[in-house]
Design a protein around this ligand. Structure first.
Ligand code: THU
Length: 161
């Protein structure tokens, strides 16, 4: 029997102003994206902004539905759009931010399990790391890749692909 461990490391910033310029700008795009959310049920407005290797930005927001499971998360909206419209481009980074009562949440909002799964798929599809920037008012977390969000994840490799 072996005991095995996995750890993740990430940077924590205490203000947007400490972030490198590109990351700060991407957080701004995520906040802008959040203002486009359609979330009449939860009133939780989430925005995701993807930076592509071409320099283009793809924004997505959560889109809810009266049939709750039919809704889509912000990250899923953005990733689906970029795969469908920019399949030859790589996603270099994603910033995620959420608004409640019109203000950025105090704490960073981490992506849900489904969105982590989608991020890992995209990272593997492009064979290139996707930096993850989780923005809150009092803390911003930066992970160098998406894989760290989900240890022991199920991937195409498990299907022999
Ligand atoms: N939501 C996202 O957009 N991204 C996440 O990773 C977590 C949750 C949305 C889904 C729903 O519209 C609202 O936030 C409340 O769960």
């Amino acid at each position: 029997m072996n005991k095995r461990e996995t750890t993740i490391s990430f940077l924590e910033y205490n203000s947007e102003d400490e972030l490198p310029a590109m990351e700060k700008a991407l957080v701004g795009e995520a906040v802008r994206a959040a203002s486009g959310a359609y979330s009449p049920y939860s009133h939780f407005m989430v925005g995701a902004a993807l930076l592509l290797d071409s320099g283009e930005i793809v924004r997505g927001a959560n889109v809810e539905n009266a049939a709750y499971p039919s809704g889509s998360c912000a990250e899923k909206t953005a990733l689906s759009y970029s795969v469908a419209n920019f399949s030859d481009k790589k996603v270099v980074a994603i910033a995620i931010a959420a608004l409640t009562d019109g203000s950025l949440t105090e704490e960073p909002v981490p992506p849900c399990g489904n969105c982590r799964q989608m991020l890992i798929e995209e990272e593997q599809r492009s064979s290139s790391p996707i930096k993850v920037i989780l923005a809150g008012k009092s803390a911003i977390y930066v992970l160098e890749n998406s894989q760290g969000l989900m240890p022991l994840s199920f991937t195409g490799r498990n299907l022999g692909k």
